[in-house]
Design a protein around this ligand. Structure first.
Ligand SMILES: *Cc1c(COP(=O)(O)O)cnc(C)c1O
Length: 337
C-alpha cells in the first residue's frame, strides 16, 4: 500500500462525487450557460456573503487574476516571504501583472497590521505605489498555521484607511474554519477577493473559485479568458465542487486529528529534531543528522511519499485518502527508519 503524503491534491474523487459529476447538467460556460458552474458560483458566493464568484482551473489562476485586478504597472504587493503567490506561482506577480512585491517575515508565515503599516510605501516619486496586501490562510509554509479573524480585522482597517485592496489566498481556508468555528460570511466581509481551492482537502479533481464584488468578478472573467482559463462544459468539474461543499467540509477535522497523530509519530524519531505546531492538515518536520533527500529516500523504500520543504525540512499533508488504516500503517513503517 502506497502512502502518499506529498499533498492533499493527490486524492481521487469518491463514488458519490463521481456520480454527481456524471449526472451534472452542463452548457457552454464561456457563454455563461453552464447551469452547474453557475450554481457552484452562486452557492459559494452566498456562503461567504460575497456578491459573486468565478470558477477557474487552478488556485494559481484565481490568485493571479486577483493580483491582476488589484495592481497595475509600477504598483506593489505586500505579502509574507513564504507566500504561495510569491514562491510557487512562477514569478506571476511580475510576469502577469508587471507589479513589484515587498516581502515580510513573520511567525509561522503570518504577518501583522503593524508590520504592514511600516511596509506601505510613502506617496513619493521614488516608490512603487502599494495597492495590494495578500494573506494566506491556512499558511502552507507555516505548517498549516491559522489566522483568526481578530488578527485580520486590524489589517482590514489599515488597508481601508490607506485605500489598499486585501486579497486572501484561502487555498485551505476551510481547514482553518472547521478548526476555529468562525463563519465563512465573517471572513467574506474582511476581503476584497478570496481564492479557495476545491482540489485540496475538499477532494475535487480540479478547480478553484475566486470570490469578490460583482464589478471585480466581471473584470476577473475577462482576465480568466486572456489567461486561457475559459472552459466550456465545465459543469462536469464544477459538480464535484458542489458535492464537496455539501459532503466533504466537516470531515477536514479528521485530517487534522490524523495530522496531529502523525506529528507525534515523527517527533519520536531520533532523526527529527522538531515538528512545527500542527494546527490543521500539514506537518513539517525538521531533521537532524540526515538530509531531507536521504530521509525521504528511506521513506520511499517503505512506500511513503513526502516532499522536501527546505534545507532541513520535510512536509507531510493528510487528506481524504489517508484514513486510520494508513495512519497505523505509517506508524508501523517509520519505527524502523
Ligand atoms: C495549492 C495552493 C494554491 C494553488 O495551487 P494550484 O495547484 O494552482 O491549484 C495556492 N495557494 C496555496 C497556499 C496552495 O497551497
Amino acid at each position: 500500500m502506497l502512502i502518499d503524503l506529498r499533498s492533499d491534491t493527490v486524492t481521487r474523487p469518491t463514488p458519490g462525487m463521481k456520480e454527481a459529476m456524471f449526472t451534472a447538467p452542463v452548457g457552454d460556460d464561456v457563454f455563461g450557460e453552464d447551469p452547474t458552474v453557475n450554481a457552484l458560483e452562486e452557492k459559494i458566493a452566498k456562503l461567504f456573503g460575497m456578491e459573486a464568484a468565478l470558477y477557474c482551473p487552478s488556485g494559481t489562476m484565481t490568485n493571479q487574476i486577483a493580483i491582476r485586478l488589484h495592481t497595475r504597472i509600477q504598483t506593489e504587493v505586500i505579502c509574507h516571504q513564504h507566500s504561495h503567490i510569491y514562491l510557487y506561482e512562477g514569478g506571476g506577480i511580475m510576469a502577469n501583472s508587471l507589479a513589484s512585491v515587498k516581502l515580510l517575515d513573520g511567525n509561522l508565515g503570518k504577518i501583522t497590521a503593524s508590520q504592514i503599516a511600516e511596509a506601505i510605501n510613502p506617496d513619493d516619486v521614488h516608490a512603487a505605489e502599494t495597492t495590494l496586501v495578500s494573506l494566506e490562510n491556512t499558511m502552507n509554509k507555516g505548517g498549516g498555521s491559522i489566522y483568526i479573524l481578530d488578527e485580520i480585522k486590524p489589517i482590514r482597517t489599515l488597508c481601508r484607511e490607506k485605500g489598499i485592496k486585501l486579497h486572501l489566498d484561502g487555498a485551505r481556508l476551510f481547514n482553518a474554519l472547521v478548526e476555529t468555528g468562525e463563519s465563512p460570511a465573517d471572513w467574506g466581509a474582511q476581503f476584497d477577493t478570496i481564492s479557495i481551492c476545491l482540489s485540496k482537502g475538499l477532494g475535487c479533481p480540479v478547480g478553484s473559485v475566486l470570490l469578490g464584488s460583482k464589478a471585480d468578478i466581471k473584470r476577473a472573467r475577462k482576465v480568466r479568458k486572456v489567461f486561457g482559463g475559459g472552459m466550456r462544459q465545465a459543469g462536469f468539474l464544477a459538480a464535484a465542487g458542489i458535492y464537496a461543499l455539501d459532503h466533504q467540509v466537516d470531515r477536514l477535522k479528521e485530517d487534522h486529528a490524523r495530522a496531529r497523530a502523525l506529528g507525534k509519530m515523527l517527533e519520536a524519531l531520533p532523526s527529527v529534531s522538531e515538528v512545527f505546531p500542527v494546527a490543521t492538515n500539514i506537518v513539517i518536520a525538521r531533521l537532524e543528522g540526515i538530509s531531507p533527500e536521504s530521509f525521504m529516500q528511506k521513506l520511499a523504500e517503505k512506500e511513503i511519499k513526502s516532499v522536501k520543504f527546505g534545507p532541513d525540512l520535510v512536509r507531510f499533508v493528510t487528506h481524504h485518502d489517508f484514513g486510520d488504516e494508513q495512519l497505523e500503517e505509517f506508524g508501523r513503517r517509520i519505527t524502523t527508519i
